[in-house]
Design a protein around this ligand. Structure first.
Ligand SMILES: *Cc1c(COP(=O)(O)O)cnc(C)c1O
Length: 363
């Protein structure tokens, strides 16, 4: 038994590292078409100033907080910046869930990190799956109360691309009242800006919204996300955050991305991606054996295909990586295709069509 095996906590001993394609394929050909993590195909350039790299950065760089507060029209006291939205998820769990006692509630099929983060801290995970039409099962969710501290609702939902009904979300917020925070993950909100829940944030003090620069802002590489909540919730999160979570170059780049020109660029790129997405969907619908699943309120398309694994292998052989979602509840045989550049999209479509013809010949 290694020293690590001997000393590791019982909680951590049961964990396996997050299986991102970055980990699985690390060192593999990075020239491939990475359509697996909903990253942007646009690599926008930024220049950074280096004169303060000898100093620790501010915990909450004021230029970033004020830029995001302007972007959302919220008071700066309601904005927290962190190392990606993933850190926001973790901070919420650490600040509000007592290990071994409290639970989070999730609505699968959904984003994996809520459960993974909870597991890391020995916090329980209660599950209320989405209905077959991917709406929230309000009755199943509201059957919970005691012991649940955080309810995670992803909107637009990854990987179904659907947005749950606002009335449902509001009734969940009211049900949990002062017993749990309802965390609305808006990582993809720039793709459906009208669906944002900032008004609920102003109305209810148990609402939290998660945001990120990783998707529409094309900055997954800098690790920068935001938590929006009442000033009291933000103050509580600041008790558990690291002293210097946002590196100086990250703060500089984030501020530029959130300037008016940065926001214009983001909007322009979103509309390009949406055109690419429409043309992808049009082509996909021509293949009768393939079903487009859910909705397309974000930068990906979920499809159900017979021979899912064979298609996945076919794509990997062509250096195209998409995300297998088939292990999630109600998503058997489903793959999630991120919207890439036009060229990537064409390569993807050519590969899928080729595969579909091969399947026809075999059957
Ligand atoms: C990508 C994603 C995140 C992670 O955002 P980071 O800021 O990169 O940590 C959070 N939530 C959902 C639903 C996502 O898809």
């Amino acid at each position: 038994m290694s020293i690590a095996d001997k000393l590791v906590t019982t909680t951590v001993a049961q964990l396996t590292p997050y299986q991102s394609a970055r980990r699985i394929f690390s060192g593999a050909d990075s020239q491939g078409d990475w359509l697996n993590a909903n990253e942007s195909p646009f690599a926008n350039g930024y220049l950074v100033k280096d004169e303060h790299f000898n100093r620790y950065p501010d915990c909450q760089p004021s230029e970033v907080i004020s830029a995001y507060s302007q972007y959302t029209n919220l008071d700066p006291s309601k904005v927290l910046v962190s190392r990606g939205a993933d850190e926001g998820i973790e901070l919420l769990i650490r600040a509000f869930c007592q290990p071994g006692v409290d639970n989070v509630l999730i609505c699968p099929p959904t984003y994996g990190m809520y459960a993974i983060s909870a597991n890391t801290f020995n916090v329980g995970v209660k599950v209320a799956p989405l209905l077959p039409n991917f709406e929230l099962d309000v009755a199943a969710i509201n059957a919970h109360k005691t012991g649940v501290k955080l309810v995670f609702i992803c909107a637009p939902n990854n990987p179904t691309g659907t947005v749950p009904s606002k009335t449902d979300i509001e009734s969940i917020i009211q049900h949990f009242g002062d017993t749990a925070l309802v965390v609305i993950d808006e990582a993809y909100i720039e793709f459906s800006p009208d669906e944002n829940h900032c008004d609920l944030l102003e109305q209810y003090d148990n609402v939290v919204i998660l945001r990120t620069l990783s998707k529409a802002f094309a900055l997954a590489g800098i690790r920068c996300g935001f938590t929006l909540a009442s000033a009291d919730v933000i103050e509580t999160l600041l008790k558990v955050i690291a002293p210097y979570p946002i590196a100086d170059p990250v703060a500089q780049i984030a501020s530029k991305a959130l300037s008016s020109t940065g926001i214009e660029t983001c909007k322009r790129q979103v509309s390009v991606l949406q055109e690419t997405q429409s043309s992808l969907i049009k082509s996909l619908r021509k293949l009768p054996e393939l079903e487009v699943v859910g909705d397309q309120k974000a930068n990906f398309v979920l499809v159900r295909v017979p021979y899912k694994q064979a298609l996945m292998d076919h794509l990997v052989n062509l250096n195209i990586l998409v995300r297998d979602q088939s292990k999630q509840v109600n998503l058997d045989n489903c793959l999630r295709l991120s919207i890439g550049s036009d060229a990537q999209n064409q390569r993807l479509m050519t590969a899928i069509t080729q595969f579909s013809e091969r399947v026809k010949e075999l059957s």
